[in-house]
Design a protein around this ligand. Structure first.
Ligand SMILES: Cc1cc2nc3c(=O)[nH]c(=O)nc-3n(C[C@H](O)[C@H](O)[C@H](O)COP(=O)(O)OP(=O)(O)OC[C@H]3O[C@@H](n4cnc5c(N)ncnc54)[C@H](O)[C@@H]3O)c2cc1C
Length: 413
């Protein structure tokens, strides 16, 4: 077997693409080839549709795909988080059943974690799951569930034991959303998009083989999912494809328009730092000394955040476990987004509030202003990140706890 080096990987993927890439294939047929060869998810283990490559060489594979215009696996979405979690905690049967169809994009997923009374306090989930002798039976409600309106499966964190302490009574399941006991209701956001849903369960069924990890071990499995969520946070933006001709590109465009629709506003929620200098030049604000100061501050903040996240990626490539950079990076992303929204307002003035064709950048600036607050909430709020940094990085005393003992007796929202 050839040595794993950048040059070897580049040569191998290039040769494979030269022999197999065909834009007239269907998207699913092509992605099945990716699943068989491992080039779709090169960092995954060889036994499970990958090539066992270090994460750092993924970029080399992506470059070679881009060079010939080859389509990869779907970039964003919760399926990637579910797959990463299953690779760590799933049974072989679960990996067999779910991983290939995540690579091919045939199944889309959502994350059924947050509830009306437990978001930050995720371990306080009260959706209940009881075993009836044949199946697990689910009753309760989840909320803020991105993509539930088109997802086939959801990763569900729910309570199986009310007498165990809070974190020990939870279990983690794979739930089929396309069944009679599941009702999905879309929610509309202030930026006009409808990415989220509330999901109600009335005697919904989960077969025993869809329990991930042991009964009562759901919190540990969920922590894995959340760690991947923070790590992948910058990879959730929808890809932009050039208008190429060919069956596969048409099918991919259709996929992006549906599956990636909930993420269409994600670039705006990050604050669009990339637009700031252009907009300052366009409006003449680059000559205003006060605005220039604010732009400089923003750029310093954005650059430092980028370096922190690069440091985290370098550590990952060297096989070191996820460190505090995950929380620091997430918190930094909120600061950058808010600072960018502030600078866009200074540059654009009151017109920043306008939408429609004649508004600045066709409403993009207004969309930034109403989308940025989401960064400070999604995947754990700023306050929660600060708690994590205080306790795990700065070694400060832990928050006082009032939630010990049987969960049944714990005071709840
Ligand atoms: C874009 C986006 C996508 C999302 N997608 C999903 C999804 O797909 N699936 C899913 O399950 N959820 C999803 N969520 C929900 C998200 O995980 C929750 O909104 C988040 O965890 C916060 O929970 P909450 O909304 O219940 O707020 P709460 O937990 O009620 O928090 C309210 C306020 O209190 C503060 N607070 C709470 N606890 C503490 C504490 N201990 N110390 C200090 N301050 C505290 C919070 O920081 C916040 O300011 C998404 C959210 C967003 C914005």
């Amino acid at each position: 077997m050839s040595e794993i080096s950048e040059a070897n990987v580049r040569a191998e993927v290039r040769a494979w693409l030269a022999a197999h890439w065909d834009p007239d294939l269907s998207l699913v047929a092509w992605r099945n080839l990716l699943a068989d060869s491992g080039w779709g998810m090169p960092q995954w283990p060889k036994a499970w549709h990958g090539r066992g490559l270090p994460a750092g060489l993924g970029a080399v594979v992506e470059e070679e795909f881009a060079a010939v215009g080859a389509v990869g696996v779907i970039r964003g979405g919760i399926g990637r988080l579910a797959a990463a979690t299953l690779l760590d905690h799933g049974t072989d049967r679960q990996k067999e059943k779910f991983l290939r169809r995540i690579v091919t994009g045939e199944d889309t997923w959502c994350q059924l974690f947050s509830e009306p009374g437990s978001g930050s306090d995720l371990a306080g989930a009260t959706t209940r799951v009881d075993f009836d002798g044949q199946n697990w039976i689910v009753n309760g409600q989840k909320v803020w569930t991105t993509s539930a309106h088109h997802a086939k499966y959801g990763t569900l964190l729910a309570r199986t034991d009310w007498d165990a302490p809070k974190h020990e009574g939870l279990s983690y399941f794979i739930l089929d959303l396309k069944q009679p006991g599941v009702e999905v209701q879309p929610l509309r956001q202030m930026n006009g998009h409808a990415s989220f849903n509330q999901v109600f369960f009335t005697d919904a069924k989960v077969p025993p083989e869809h329990l991930v990890g042991a009964v009562g071990n759901g919190w540990q499995v969920a922590v894995t999912t959340l760690a991947y969520e923070r790590r992948f946070a910058d990879g959730l933006a929808a890809p932009r494809r050039a208008a190429r001709a060919g069956r596969i590109y048409e099918e991919e465009r259709a996929e992006i328009a549906t599956v990636m629709e909930p993420y269409r506003w994600y670039p705006q929620r990050a604050g669009r730092v990339d637009l700031v200098i252009e907009r300052a030049k366009e409006t003449g604000a680059n000559k205003d000394p006060l605005v220039r100061q604010e732009i400089a501050k923003l750029m310093i903040l954005a650059r430092s955040a980028e370096w922190t996240s690069r440091r985290a990626r370098a550590a990952q490539r060297q096989g070191r476990p996820q460190g505090p950079e995950g929380s620091l990076g997430k918190l930094a992303a909120s600061h950058v987004a808010r600072a960018a929204a502030h600078v866009h307002t200074l540059i654009t003035g009151t017109a920043a509030m306008l939408t429609g064709e004649q508004s600045p950048r066709n409403g993009t600036i207004a969309e930034i202003l109403v989308s940025v607050p989401a960064v400070s909430i999604a995947g754990g709020t700023d306050e929660i990140q600060r708690n994590i940094i205080a306790e795990r990085v700065l070694d400060l005393p832990k928050e006082p706890r009032f939630d010990t003992g049987p969960f049944r007796n714990v005071r709840r929202n």
